[in-house]
Ligand binder design. Sequence first.
Ligand code: NAG
Ligand code: NAG
Ligand code: NAG
Length: 311
Amino acid sequence: MGGNLFGALLLGCGVGRAVRPAPCVPHEVPWRSTCAWRYTHLFERHEGFSLLAAGESCQQRRASVSLGLRCRGSAQLQAETRRRKASVNAHLLGNMLPSWPARADGARNVYIDLGANAIYKSYPLQAGGEQWERTGSVGWFLSTYPNASLFDVIAFEPNLAHRESHARVSNAVRVARLEYHAAAVGVRNDTAFLVSRDKSHDLSHQWGSRLGPSRSFGKSLSVPMIDFVEFLNRHIRPSDFVTVKMDVENGEWELLPSMLLPGGNVTLIDELFFECHHRETPSIVSAHGYTDCLHMMRELMRAGVWVHEWF
Ligand SMILES: *[C@@H]1O[C@H](CO)[C@@H](O)[C@H](O)[C@H]1NC(C)=O
Ligand SMILES: *[C@@H]1O[C@H](CO)[C@@H](O)[C@H](O)[C@H]1NC(C)=O
Ligand SMILES: *[C@@H]1O[C@H](CO)[C@@H](O)[C@H](O)[C@H]1NC(C)=O
């Protein structure tokens, strides 16, 4: 059902437009191809994109009131969030591959987490000491994605507080083949600012509620920002199977359009989970609305990336 809706939306936007395909290197194995059409044969199996930004829980203060969804009680909204997450989990590209990427010829499976937040979480034990568990989106990937153990994990997280746990976590919990970058990603090497609107926040412990170009308001913390396209171009090859989760606090509005330009390397990414920050969400400041999100998701699909909304 979702697939049909998505297909209809996609066609609706494409009809009548003479699209000249960008130059690309085709390959019978889709993730090795750099062509925009490489995943079109799977479109009817996509979960589709929600027309309402439904499902954000009241607890997260993310009910999209102006899109028609009222925060009527968190149980209902949590159920909707669970339903949407389950739908995404059922439509992972890794479940649809005709064969599994082989590492034999040097190609890798790579999971890149942009805005990884905490990777480990500790619980105090009654007997004293503490117990560590994997958490956050890296934890989600490792427990959910098919054959996740065959992936290299590259995590970007500018908040240094989250890095400290790496030093303390036990080997039993530590993620194998994890490369950690204490940096934000963007369209150039630069300095970015983790900004909190809540002046009482201790920035060393909370995650940035917003990534801004300057110390515009509230408390802020300067963090290094690296050019993500350059990073991809240096570290990833078209033969690699690459899944990216992107939660970059509004940075997506600059980064994703730049990747869709010629030479933007967008087809180095096979599958993208991205959190779209839009103004209908009460706690989020954004120049963009949810319809812009839908447009962006469809543009990315059309460019050859298998896209899911992350929320
Ligand atoms: C995981 O990889 C194995 C080969 O190592 C493959 O046989 C299997 O189908 C893969 N699992 C999934 C869910 O694709
Ligand atoms: C950007 O930073 C990366 C990582 O520090 C570095 O390898 C790269 O050379 C820099 N690129 C430019 C254009 O300065
Ligand atoms: C990535 O971008 C660079 C610079 O535009 C280009 O030379 C390279 O061919 C691109 N790679 C892919 C796989 O698109």
